[in-house]
Design a binder for this molecule. Structure first.
Ligand code: NAP
Length: 322
């Protein structure tokens, strides 16, 4: 059977797949372009894709023998799952292993934007640090503030746990509120989205990208936030209407933003880079050696199970349909 791996992964993981199947793997640091992907999927049985590969009807049409798409990433908004299910193709993701790294980068963004860390680094490097002074380069205190978590899943909960050590009051919004005992254990309280936005000093987004969450945060929601509040997005770019965000940031209607993901990634909405009150990361949520290794191992385990004819551990297709 033939396997296509669309991005460069640790050699040990590629070897494990190659021991059992005929592997064609991307050797470049950058993932395949759309054309490269479409050119290579013909005749494959298994596909190890990443979150930048759009896996849709066009791909399925070109790979009639495809049995499994093992996505390297917890998010799977890049994959047409109903289309895959209709053709009997299994789809998997890598949940859990990305949680701590992504929660850490969320806190890195909260601290960086509130304490003006990147701005301060830029100023220091350019020779602008002349002297310590009582009123110089003041930021916003994080300890003791209110954090609003939108989407209290694996990553949202890990962010809530970190917030406890900053003595933060934590509100969350999810479609299905937790049981009271779970809320008490985690130290969080449910709030409807509008209340959460109005009360929080930091609003952090942890929902998956779905038709329901696309532009969940647009002009109306941003207008509900306090002028002193910060928006942190480590979920998916299109959850935020980036044009509206740039507008409210420019007008000073919120204090700042920390972003790891972008609406038209890797392109940035005009005006974003001109703002000092934003910290911009190049989608680094899961980017640690440890996490990326675990993701590769998990994606490979899913792929191999699927090709052996088993239901893989992290199968996303509804059980009843596959
Ligand atoms: P998860 O465990 O599935 O959590 C997602 C949470 O969002 C769930 O608790 C879900 O709860 C809630 N949710 C879903 N739809 C909602 C809606 N319409 N309104 C409000 N809440 C909603 O997923 P996770 O592992 O925490 O990952 C979350 C997302 O983070 C991923 O989908 C991915 O896009 C992103 N991510 C980004 C990076 C990065 O590099 N920046 C790394 C990893 C993950 P209910 O169903 O109860 O609403």
């Amino acid at each position: 059977m033939k396997v296509l791996v669309t991005a460069k992964l640790p050699q040990g993981v590629i070897q494990e797949i190659a021991d059992q199947f005929d592997v064609q793997a991307n050797e470049k640091t950058q993932p395949f372009s759309r054309d490269e992907l479409l050119e290579r999927v013909g005749g494959i049985d298994g596909l190890l894709s990443t979150i930048t590969d759009r896996i849709d009807e066009e791909v399925y049409d070109r790979a009639p023998g495809l049995r499994i798409v093992a996505n390297y990433g917890v998010g799977f908004d890049n994959i047409d799952i109903p289309g895959a299910t209709a053709r009997g193709i299994m789809v998997t993701n890598t949940p859990g292993v990305v949680t701590n790294a992504t929660a850490d980068i969320t806190f890195a963004l909260i601290l960086a934007v509130a304490r003006r860390i990147v701005e301060g680094d830029r100023m220091t490097r350019s020779g602008g640090f002349k002297s310590w002074a009582p009123m110089h380069f003041l930021g916003t205190e994080v300890t003791g503030k209110t954090l609003g978590i939108v989407g209290l899943g694996r990553i949202g909960r890990a962010v809530a746990r970190r917030a406890r050590s900053f003595d933060m009051e934590v509100f969350y919004f999810s479609r299905n509120p937790l049981k009271r005992t779970e809320e008490e254990e985690l130290g969080v309280a449910f709030a409807p989205l509008e209340d959460l936005l109005a009360r929080s000093d930091f609003v952090s987004l942890h929902v998956p990208l779905t038709p329901e969450t696309r532009h969940l945060i647009s002009h109306k929601e941003l207008s509900l936030m306090k002028p002193s509040a910060f928006l942190i997005n480590t979920s998916r770019g299109p959850v935020v209407n980036e044009k509206d965000l740039v507008e409210v940031l420019k007008q000073g209607r919120i204090r700042g933003a920390g972003l790891d993901v972008y609406e038209n990634e890797p392109a940035l909405t005009p005006g974003l880079v001109d703002l000092d009150n934003v910290v911009l990361l190049p989608h680094l949520g899961s980017a640690t050696v440890e996490t990326r290794t675990r993701m590769a191992e998990m994606a490979a385990a899913n792929l191999l199970a699927g090709l052996r004819g088993e239901r893989p551990p992290n199968c996303l297709n509804p059980t009843s349909d596959l």
